[in-house]
Design a protein around this ligand. Sequence first.
Ligand SMILES: [Zn+2]
Length: 221
Amino acid sequence: MKVAPEYDFFGWVYHSSIGDISGIRDDAPEEAKRAYEEFMRDDPKDEYAYLVPAGEGDKFEIVFNTDLLGEEKAAESIRHYLESTKKITAPDGTVIRYNFHPEGSSIGNALSHIMGHLMERTLVNRIYPDPDDFMRVITWKLGAVARVIYKEAKAELAEETGEALPSDLELRLGISECATINLSETLAEAMADYAANGEKANPLSIKMVETGNRKLEEYGG
Ligand SMILES: [Zn+2]
């Protein structure tokens, strides 16, 4: 989970073929570049909460970021989160700006988001039980398990609806803007969406959570 920047840089980002944000355009305004640098930094300081391994095996602790959710900053952080859950539409109904986090979610869903990351991390660790296995690190870093979950969920969705699905970018924007950063964030946001909206969540969110749960059962419950 990362805090949305004050400056909306999304108009200037490049997307990879699957929709991941892969860079920012050279002609972007300096503010957009700064916001992008700030936002894309892979640093737990940007997260409301994060996972740390706890002892042997599959155990993790969820640590809340006291810089963002401590006494001093909590009110501001919560306001920031809530402002980023609104979808802005034009009078003719077209979407001007997608919500950064799933519509209808609240700061409590920062925890559900982390549970999505925990689901992926647990699966990686069960597939590669040896903590010194290089593949475990690579699989986690690349979000390869989240990618498999996404692909399977998408295939099921296409089969059930019997219609051509929109592009990967559109599909993931249907969950949230944060869900387009990479597929690990898609899974985490799907979990937040599902926790906040239940059966009314985006169909892709529901499918991803179901697929992830099925995989957890496959790999040891
Ligand atoms: Zn995240």
